[in-house]
Write a protein that binds this ligand. Structure first.
Ligand SMILES: NC(=O)c1ccc[n+]([C@@H]2O[C@H](COP(=O)([O-])OP(=O)(O)OC[C@H]3O[C@@H](n4cnc5c(N)ncnc54)[C@H](O)[C@@H]3O)[C@@H](O)[C@H]2O)c1
Ligand SMILES: O=C(O)C1=N[C@H](C(=O)O)CCC1
Length: 273
């Protein structure tokens, strides 16, 4: 039985992940953790996942070290917000708890802190900005396609729901990195985020990145390769969060096979790297 703790337990992703964990025969939910000061502390998590009483009470992230000591999870799944996730990862790694992290919006400095914590403590970790199988195939396609279309203009357009806190999406950032790496460019040097004003003509090297926010859009990503007389669009659309949650469940099962002290991603989980 894989013992699972979830941070962001009452969020859009966290509550869906808990619902799925409760359905899996080889998984046991041992902790459901919400933000520091949460008014939900002590309430049964089943109230927020529409699963009826499950016997796991919402705990407060301020008590995370104690919660992990008491519940001894094999893996902690984090879908929260970047600054909170960094603190959670520090605490979990110190407690020797393996990680599946889907939170996005980390700065380079935050990623460095996370990497150091994982390397130093030797926990196993899967961190991926998008757990959907289709998106990870999309990354692979982009990596293969970008060198072939190296003289085409590349623009990345993503669209998400009105509640999303970070922009551009972690998936769009990863798509930028994949395309830049495949064409020997540096993402920071070539990314142009939105355009406004007298921008001048587009340069050949730049990669435009555009974030759309509205309604309940689950997550769309379009990469446009525009040439003379034609354009090619590679599109992924998530219809429901089940696409991400299915990937999380696969990552939770993979974690015991992950390399200790190294950040692995969904490409490793799916064996498509
Ligand atoms: N990797 C993927 O496949 C994928 C898919 C969807 C969303 N995401 C990312 O997951 C994150 C969460 O998305 P969401 O839509 O579920 O957000 P959400 O706002 O619905 O949920 C986040 C939850 O985290 C809680 N939280 C905040 N700080 C916390 C802390 N310190 N400890 C425990 N809980 C804490 C909040 O109270 C909230 O309930 C975002 O970064 C989003 O981009 C990734
Ligand atoms: O709903 C979100 O927020 C999503 N975030 C991820 C990202 O930033 O790429 C993945 C898609 C959904």
């Amino acid at each position: 039985m894989i013992k699972v703790a979830v941070t962001g337990a009452c969020g859009r992703m966290g509550s869906g992940i808990i619902r799925r964990v409760l359905e899996e025969d080889d998984m046991q939910l041992v902790a459901a953790i919400e933000a520091p000061g949460t008014p939900l502390k002590g309430r049964d998590i089943g109230e927020f996942t529409a699963t009826g009483e499950v016997g796991v009470k919402v705990s407060d992230a301020s008590d995370l070290a104690e919660t992990l000591r008491e519940t001894e999870p094999d893996v902690l799944v984090d879908f929260t917000v970047a600054p909170a996730a960094v603190e959670t990862i520090k605490t979990a790694t110190e407690a020797g708890v393996n990680l599946v992290v889907g939170t996005t919006g980390f700065s380079d400095e935050q990623m460095q802190t996370i990497r150091e914590s994982i390397e130093r403590t030797g926990v196993r970790a899967v961190i991926s900005p998008n757990m959907a199988v289709g998106v990870n195939v999309f990354f692979k396609v982009l990596s293969d396609l970008a060198p072939v279309l190296s003289d085409y203009d590349v623009e990345i357009i993503e669209a998400h729901h009105r509640h999303k806190k970070d922009a551009p999406s972690g998936t769009a950032v990863r798509a930028l990195e994949v395309i830049a790496e495949a064409t020997s460019r540096k993402p920071d040097e070539v990314a142009v985020h939105g355009r406004s004003g007298l921008t001048g003509e587009r340069t050949r090297d730049e990669i435009g990145v555009h974030a759309v926010r509205g309604g309940d859009i689950v997550g769309d990503h379009i990469v446009l390769f525009a040439g003379d007389g034609e354009r090619l669009e590679i599109v992924h659309r998530a219809h429901s969060r089940d696409a991400f949650i299915g990937g999380v469940i696969r990552a939770v099962r993979f974690i015991e096979h992950a390399e200790p002290g190294k950040i692995m991603d969904m490409g490793d989980v799916l064996g498509i790297k």
